[in-house]
Write a protein that binds this ligand. Structure first.
Ligand code: HEC
Length: 183
């Protein structure tokens, strides 16, 4: 009986391995199917697709990881009562014309995306506003509201990589609104 726990661990290990393999196969199949993915394809993920070209999708995720880094830097500066540091880090996720242009481009095939994105950047601006007033609890409130904008968008949207032809078709049928698109 002394060996029993060992056996359980081994069993668990085999189970995990099987799961990992099964997932890997599914993920590979998903990649292989990607160019022909249709928006009405059945999926367990019920969020709306943000349709993007492969390069844009990679760029968006890179931006996202940097957004998370900015939030971490904001919290680090807050812990050190470094208000200038908070404002500087918050500036990286704040509103700018360049940021607005990029969000508009990212959302060109996805109605509603750009609005959420711009609302997020405007909300992030309130972190720097509070920091400039040395308002510690104001900074915390603004961080909370900003994180709500992050989680709200994540709850609504997921990426969907599309090919050039689909992108062209989507961006020519979706009416553009807001700031002008990149040339
Ligand atoms: C306007 C929409 C929107 C906002 C606002 C937003 N995100 Fe995202 N984010 C996305 C989408 C879409 C994805 C891709 C999700 C998917 O396909 O499952 C994503 C993915 C991510 C990822 C995963 C990146 C990777 O490499 O896979 C991180 C981390 C992330 N977001 C952090 C944040 C943080 C932190 C904030 C706020 C400070 C934020 N996001 C705000 C839309 C948004």
């Amino acid at each position: 009986m002394i060996r029993a726990p060992h056996a359980i661990f081994t069993l668990a290990g085999v189970g995990l391995l099987a799961l990992t393999l099964a997932y890997g196969v599914r993920a590979q199949r998903a990649v292989a199917d990607a160019p022909s993915l249709r928006s009405d394809a059945p999926t367990v993920d019920q969020r709306r697709p943000v349709r993007l070209l492969p390069m844009m999708a990679a760029h968006q995720k890179e931006n996202m990881r940097d957004h998370l880094l900015a939030v971490q830097q904001i919290v680090a500066a807050l812990a050190a009562d470094d208000f200038a540091g908070i404002a500087k880090a918050a500036g990286r996720i704040g509103y700018s014309d360049a940021m607005a242009q990029m969000c508009t481009h990212m959302g060109a095939a996805t109605p509603g995306f750009m609005e959420m994105a711009l609302n997020f950047h405007r909300t992030a601006d309130t972190i720097a506003d509070a920091a400039r007033n040395h308002d510690r609890s104001g900074v915390l409130t603004a961080i909370n509201q900003t994180l709500q904008a992050c989680t709200g968008c994540h709850a609504a949207f997921r990426q969907e990589v599309v090919d050039e032809a689909t992108w062209k078709q989507m961006t020519s049928t979706v009416p553009s609104s807001g700031p002008p698109r990149e040339p």
